[in-house]
Design a protein around this ligand. Structure first.
Ligand code: MG
Length: 367
């Protein structure tokens, strides 16, 4: 089997809530997503998706995905998409860095491997653990009262895991954490995710002020060293995210006892092959994970479902269903949330079929 054509569609994904706000006044109203197709000489076509959280979150941006595909694509024509380690080796040799550019191609090749073998991606990634995957809801940054109201609403829809977007004014963030925790019941989990937004002294004030609140603290500061300093001064369960972009940082953070949970995102690591390596290492090291991506629609949500479902349940902290945050559906067969859970498809590959009328004409074609 050989890759004969790589193409990409640009899709706008407006947010159901109108916008999404997080640390430092960052905000998005319409996500710019790239759906990547990999076509083979057998007629099998696989799909992946890459959707950065704007250009100001991780070192990734939507137009960069498309530019990167034009650069990298010609190096992959003629390669067997089922040979995923070899394909990733080729991608890393042809283009240094830019993991998010490679992510969509890698996901599409897992979809092809699944279709070619008749197996769901979660089975190929290690097996299906449990019946379903528990979801969290990210709560956009608003006033403490508005965020508490949102949490109550999403709780009524079945979610029991909530990730509050903090990382703003520390005094307001302290109120946000108290107001939301007051809405929750025993068994619910609350994460205060500052997305690098606090300076070290601000983070120290916040963790002190919420000392008696049952809350996880996620990526309080910009640098790893600042996060480590905060971590060493609090007994809240601690999550690292933005700083952990590969195995080097994962091993360093484990050695420093710098986290209790790590947030792994598919495009931050560079695709399902690379995140599987990190995921399996975390399982071996006993570290629980939030398994997700930066953002996306139906295809990203399908990829997250297969990744999470193939992870032992005790190491799955949370995942999320991005396709329920946006108003546009780009594929049939994507996981749908039921009472705060989703499950990976039983069909072969990712189990999705893109809606070509929604995708329109490709904006990148490499053949
Ligand atoms: Mg995070």
């Amino acid at each position: 089997m050989k890759i004969t054509r790589i193409f990409a569609h640009r899709v706008e994904l407006p947010l159901r809530e109108g916008n999404y706000k997080w640390s430092g006044g960052k905000s998005v109203t319409v996500f710019d997503s790239t759906i990547v197709g990999v076509e083979t000489d057998t007629g099998v076509v696989g799909y992946g998706e890459v959707c950065p959280l704007g250009p100001f979150y991780l070192p990734a941006y939507a137009e960069g995905v498309r530019a990167g595909l034009r650069e990298l694509g010609p190096h992959l024509l003629g390669f067997d998409p089922r040979e995923l380690a070899k394909l990733n080796h080729r991608m890393d040799a042809a283009l240094k860095g830019h993991p998010y550019v490679k992510s969509g191609i890698d996901i599409a090749c897992w979809d092809i491997l699944g279709q070619a073998t008749g197996l769901p991606v979660c089975v190929l990634m290690g097996g299906r653990f449990g019946e379903q995957v528990r979801l969290y809801r990210a709560i956009s940054q608003e006033s403490p009262e508005a965020m508490a109201k949102k949490v109550a609403g999403y709780r009524a829809e079945g979610y029991t895991r909530f990730q509050l977007k903090v990382g703003g004014d520390p005094d307001t963030d302290i109120e946000r954490i108290h107001a939301v925790r007051a809405m929750l019941l025993p068994g619910d989990r609350l994460v205060a995710d500052a997305n690098t937004g606090w300076t070290q002294h601000e983070a120290m004030r916040v963790v002190r002020a919420v000392r008696n609140v049952d809350v996880y603290i996620e990526q309080p500061c910009l640098t790893y060293e600042e996060c480590l300093a905060v971590r060493r001064h609090t007994d809240h369960p601690f999550v690292l995210d933005e700083n952990v972009d590969g195995l080097d940082m994962l091993l360093r953070a484990k050695a420093d006892l710098a986290m209790d949970v790590v947030n792994l995102k598919i495009s931050k690591l560079g695709g399902l092959t690379k995140i599987k390596q990190a995921r399996d290492l975390c399982v071996s090291m006993g570290i629980a994970m939030t398994l997700e991506d930066s953002w996306g629609g139906d295809i990203t949500t399908a990829a997250i479902a297969h990744l999470a479902h193939s992870t032992p349940e005790e190491f799955r902290f949370t995942s999320t269903d991005f396709n329920s945050y946006v108003t546009v559906s780009t594929a049939e067969g994507a996981p749908q949330r039921h009472n705060g859970f989703m499950r990976a498809s039983d069909s072969s590959g990712l189990g999705i079929k893109p809606k070509m009328d929604v995708l329109g004409k490709p904006v990148v074609v490499v053949a």
